[in-house]
Write a protein that binds this ligand. Structure first.
Ligand code: GLN
Length: 188
């Protein structure tokens, strides 16, 4: 199994580092043709406006839509915005998951924070990093909320895809990456 990490902008290298630490094969994805080599894709946090521009510039859109129909994608923070339907009128997001996103809901860079959140699928707290994080509003009954923090859904999945408003790659805790890998292996 190989995990791809979209490497156009954002903190893709930290995802590679945590996957390396846990001996998970991973490659950085810079061209649409590389999507055919992978079983699942991570779209990292960063700046959703820039990631969307670069996806367009490098002609990812059709290949990525195709990929999203067959395989698994995990979007973190900006990546979650990219995968959702964003309330910013001028932002053409990809709508891979039935979620409405509101950018910078949790405050500006200066308001970044970490806190322990409770996940539905394990019995230990996860230290989540929120950096200009979006609000993620579920729009469909097919969605499963895997973590709620201060009354907001912060980790959500549908059958194939996973999104979080926080950055799991900024810790050494592999729990959420491991969950995504189990989704790919069809174990959960
Ligand atoms: N607020 C950023 C955006 O709208 C996301 C920030 C992040 O990924 N940490 O793209």
């Amino acid at each position: 199994m190989i995990i791809g990490i979209l490497a156009l902008q954002g903190d893709y290298s930290l995802h590679a580092k945590i996957l390396d630490n846990y001996n998970v094969n991973n490659i950085l994805i810079k061209k649409p043709s590389e999507l055919s080599h992978i079983d699942g894709l991570i779209i990292p946090g960063g700046e959703s406006t820039v990631i969307l521009k670069l996806l367009d510039k490098f002609n990812f859109n059709e290949g990525l839509r195709d990929f999203s129909n067959k395989k698994h994608i995990y979007g973190t923070c900006a990546g979650a915005i990219v995968m959702s339907h964003c309330t910013d009128d001028n932002l053409k997001t990809l709508n891979f998951i039935n979620i409405k996103s509101f950018r910078n809901f949790w405050g500006r860079q200066i308001n970044s924070f970490t806190d322990n959140i409770k996940l539905t699928f394990v019995n230990k707290p996860f230290n989540a990093h929120f950096i200009r994080a979006p609000k993620l509003l579920c729009q469909g009954s097919e969605l499963e909320v895997l973590a709620i923090y201060k009354n907001e859904s912060v980790l959500i999945r549908n059958e194939k895809h996973l999104v979080s408003s926080f950055h799991p790659e900024m810790t050494n805790d592999f729990t959420i990456h491991e969950y995504f890998i189990s989704m790919i292996k069809n174990e959960i």
